[in-house]
Design a protein around this ligand. Structure first.
Ligand SMILES: Nc1ncnc2c1ncn2[C@@H]1O[C@H](COP(=O)(O)OP(=O)(O)O)[C@@H](O)[C@H]1O
Ligand SMILES: O=P(O)(O)O[C@H]1O[C@H](CO)[C@@H](O[C@H]2O[C@H](CO)[C@@H](O)[C@H](O)[C@H]2O)[C@H](O)[C@H]1O
Length: 465
């Protein structure tokens, strides 16, 4: 072990951490699926907080074990329209003198100076010893540096074997003993994350459609941020997206499942409307919501030039809602899922549908995601998703999507007593807003998928001519 490595790594001198970690993060961060700032140069990093969950100097580096550093780091990137210039990310860094081969894929890099000089840092979530330690922390509520661990009334069992969930996602998740799943939010925002707030409210309301949080952790200094949520893992459940693709490939009707999904969505909406405020959207608020849609359209068209020719047609969908507001129409608003699509639905072996991931659209500012919306926002998301599934399969099966869309609305109407198709202008505006979001999302994350939302853009722009 090098002399530097044996020196005490106290994070009291944490200001020295980033200058040495910065170059490594600069290389590593943009390669992470969850990094939202892809394609924009990183100009600087700044440290928000550093907490030793397993102190590096006590971890026996050089002898046996790893250390675990919890960092909140601001990543400075030049501004793009509709994006804050500085995002804050949560990093859980494993620190060892040498990295075992099995952890090589988690390597971030070798530190050459600063308090960690001579040591190797890596994504700590991939280290079962460190992942197990996180569960231990979650089992026992309390504070640790800038972190606060909390849990519900039910105890969490000890010693469950962790594994990193190997799936495309916006955050990172660990599954413990196939019994619990811990979502670690990567890009974090001041305030309570709706992915903790809404499932907690739903479980208080007795709604069984959403796995109820059993433990969570937050940061308290210098501001309140939700960092992670532990929920029951729905073992053996299959996600709606995979099931829909399989049905398409086999030429099967997905109507009954779409209908059941409509009912599940309605139940969640009803419980959310009971648990949390339901303000009416009157003229002023409707104007504001439609203006938000126009702003998002303009920002998306700025970033994705393919959208430009469609802007007037798409805008007409938003203007129609503004016009109705001016004629005195108002709409009920409530807390909603905010980014509902087939990939956010899980079907148990018994056929029972659950909804997950109440974080809302990751690119939107948190206060916007937490603001009450017409429930049709979620319905529009699911309708888009049936279209996505049909479009991603060759040959394109327009009838399959149409049947799903109509069955979903039937199921929703049956359970909610309110048919989303009864407000066609509102539904079209929300579907348009969602398709615009998807264009931006695909352009940034999966350019090959861009034709899928662009096909909807073509249809929606023509529909409002
Ligand atoms: N409670 C759960 N039970 C089983 N699988 C889950 C559960 N929650 C999430 N998953 C799986 O994890 C994946 C990612 O979860 P999600 O909450 O959508 O994360 P992200 O916000 O990072 O995209 C989901 O697509 C699903 O397959
Ligand atoms: O990561 P999240 O699940 O929070 O959501 C983001 O990624 C989704 C893709 O993984 C994206 O959804 C879009 O693609 C889906 C198919 O992969 C489709 O079912 C959705 O309808 C479509 O919006 C989602 O928009 C994005 O926020």
């Amino acid at each position: 072990m090098s002399e530097a490595a044996s020196a005490q790594v106290t994070l009291a001198n944490s200001t020295a951490l980033l200058p040495s970690l910065g170059p490594l993060l600069h290389e590593w961060l943009p390669r992470q699926r969850w990094f939202a700032g892809k394609g924009r140069p990183i100009t600087a990093f700044s440290l928000v907080s550093a907490t030793e969950i397993l102190p590096v100097e006590k971890s026996g580096i050089g002898a046996a074990g790893p250390g675990l550093l919890h960092l909140l780091v601001r990543v400075h990137q030049p501004t793009m329209p509709a994006q804050p210039p500085i995002d804050c990310y949560q990093l859980l860094l494993g620190v060892r003198s040498t990295l075992p081969t099995r952890l090589a894929p988690a390597l971030i890099g070798h530190v050459t100076d600063g308090p960690l000089a001579g040591l190797t840092v890596y994504d700590g979530l991939h280290d079962p010893r460190l992942a197990a330690l996180l569960l231990e922390r979650l089992r026992t509520p309390g504070r640790l540096g800038a972190l606060r661990f909390g849990r519900g009334a039910a105890p969490v069992p000890a010693g469950l074997a962790p594994r990193v969930l190997d799936t495309e996602q916006s955050n990172s998740s660990l599954v413990y003993g196939n019994a619990y799943i811990l979502k670690i939010f990567r890009r974090v925002f001041p305030g309570t994350n709706p992915d903790l707030e809404l499932p907690l409210a739903l479980s208080r309301e007795g709604c069984g459609r959403v796995p109820a949080p059993v433990a969570w952790f937050e940061s308290t200094e210098p501001e309140h941020l939700t960092l992670g949520v532990l929920q029951p893992f729905l073992r053996g459940a299959q996600d709606g997206w995979q099931l829909a693709l399989r049905a398409l490939a086999a030429g099967h009707d997905f109507g009954p499942e779409a209908r059941a999904l409509g009912q599940a969505t309605a139940e969640v909406h009803t419980a959310l409307a009971t648990a949390l405020p339901t303000p009416a959207l009157r003229r002023g608020e409707t104007d504001e919501q439609a203006a938000g849609m126009v702003r998002r359209l303009e920002a998306a068209a700025h970033a994705v030039p393919e959208l430009v020719p469609y802007v007037p047609g798409l805008r007409a969908a938003f203007d129609a809602v503004t016009a109705l507001g001016h004629q005195g129409r108002s709409w009920a608003a409530q807390r909603v899922h905010g980014d509902l699509h087939l990939g956010q639905t899980l079907r148990g072996a018994d056929g029972f549908w659950s909804l997950i991931d109440f974080e809302g659209e990751p690119a939107r500012p948190l206060p916007e995601r937490r603001s009450p919306q017409p429930p049709v926002r979620d319905i529009a998301g699911m309708l888009r998703s049936f279209d996505y599934a049909a479009r991603s399969h060759r040959p394109w099966n327009a009838d399959w999507a149409a049947r799903c869309r109509s069955a979903y609305c039937d199921g929703y109407a049956e359970a909610a007593g309110l048919d989303p198709r009864a407000e066609p202008e509102l539904l079209r505006a929300h579907e348009t807003d969602k398709a615009v979001y998807e264009v931006l999302y695909e352009a940034r994350h999966r350019p090959d998928w861009l034709p899928v939302p662009m096909a909807a853009i073509h249809r929606l722009a023509a529909a409002t001519d």
